[in-house]
Design a protein around this ligand. Structure first.
Ligand SMILES: [Zn+2]
Ligand SMILES: [Zn+2]
Length: 318
């Protein structure tokens, strides 16, 4: 069961995305890249080098439904007439074109984001939508935690690894403990748990950082020898990366506790203090990261959370 990485260009700040061709029966593509002409061309060339064409693909499996990973799923499925798309059921809120905007808006307002900033984020999001075609539920088969994707010469086990998004999944080949991890594990950057509605109760916020830490521990328990992420180089020393992630999270939390004024503050205020120079998309990522850490500090009883004027104010616990 051969896993062939193909590196595709994206128009996003993060840079190129890694997708993985499993050259075995049935021919499977894990992630697709965004919907741009350049990406399709590079993908076609990459597949051709492996002796495959798009029409040979039978399964399109998505680690998660961000545009850089899922954008071409529908177009590829349409071209490879017999292909099926697989994605985790909790990925609905993120599935391209289906973001429940009103729920998201409420999450941002509650986090203290001013309404003109929310509007700017909405415009930005609408601009992103061009990079992905929407997928309907009927067009997708659900990835189930613990189930297996079978191939002629082996299996990949599906591991639900929420955090970056609620429905993020990783895939493990136990024979040599290789893990395909999407944006759950990235070599050079700490993955950002993105602000999301809870997939079970959309009026609540998904506890992204707490979930993410469990997912990381789960990947660690697989004792991986090789982790293939969604961006950047493969990770061979997962322990080192795990320790580094935890250290940077602890540092960020200590920084937030230092920054938070005695009379408390919103996630938006914390994000502006943490990243004063950010613009457009990075303001959203900054507020995402701040909410994730503040929620986690609240869960650990280091911060109290009160609602004032429909905004959430975090205060240092006595
Ligand atoms: Zn992502
Ligand atoms: Zn990504």
């Amino acid at each position: 069961m051969k896993i062939i990485p193909i590196i595709l260009p994206t128009p996003f700040y993060i840079g190129p995305v890694n997708v993985y061709l499993i050259k075995d029966d049935p021919i499977t593509l894990i992630d697709t890249g965004p919907k741009t002409k350049e990406t399709v061309d590079v993908l076609r060339a990459g597949l051709r080098n492996a002796g495959i064409s798009i029409s040979d693909i039978r399964r399109i499996v998505l680690t998660h439904a961000h545009e850089d990973h899922c954008g071409l799923a529908r177009a590829l499925r349409d071209e490879a007439k017999e292909a099926r798309v697989f994605v985790h059921g909790w990925e609905t809120g993120h599935r391209a074109g289906r973001l429940e905007y009103e729920e998201h808006r409420q999450l941002l307002l509650r986090a203290g984001v001013p309404s003109d900033e929310v509007e700017a984020m909405r415009k930005l999001y609408n601009n992103f939508r061009q990079y992905a075609d929407a997928l309907d539920d009927e067009q997708c088969t659900e990835l189930l935690d613990g189930a297996e994707l079978e191939f002629e010469s082996g299996v990949l086990q599906i591991i639900h690894t929420p955090g970056h998004t609620p429905g993020s999944c990783s895939f493990v080949r136990h024979a040599d403990r290789t893990v395909i991890a999407g944006d759950c594990v990235l070599k050079r950057i700490t993955p950002n748990p993105i602000l999301s509605a809870d997939p079970i109760d959309p009026s609540r916020r998904f506890k992204s950082l707490a979930e993410y830490l469990v997912s990381l521990a789960r990947v660690r328990s697989l004792a991986p020898t090789l982790v293939l992420g969604g961006h950047g180089e493969p990770v061979r020393d997962f322990e080192e990366l795990f320790t580094r992630y935890l250290r940077s999270m602890r540092e960020r939390q200590a920084q937030i506790l230092r920054l938070l004024p005695d009379n408390g503050g919103t996630a938006w205020e914390v994000s502006r203090a943490l990243f004063p120079d950010t613009d457009d998309v990075h303001r959203f990522l900054a507020v995402s990261e701040s909410v994730a850490h503040l929620d986690y500090l609240n869960m650990e009883n280091k911060l109290a959370l009160e609602i004032s004027d429909e905004r959430e104010i975090y205060r240092k616990a006595d």
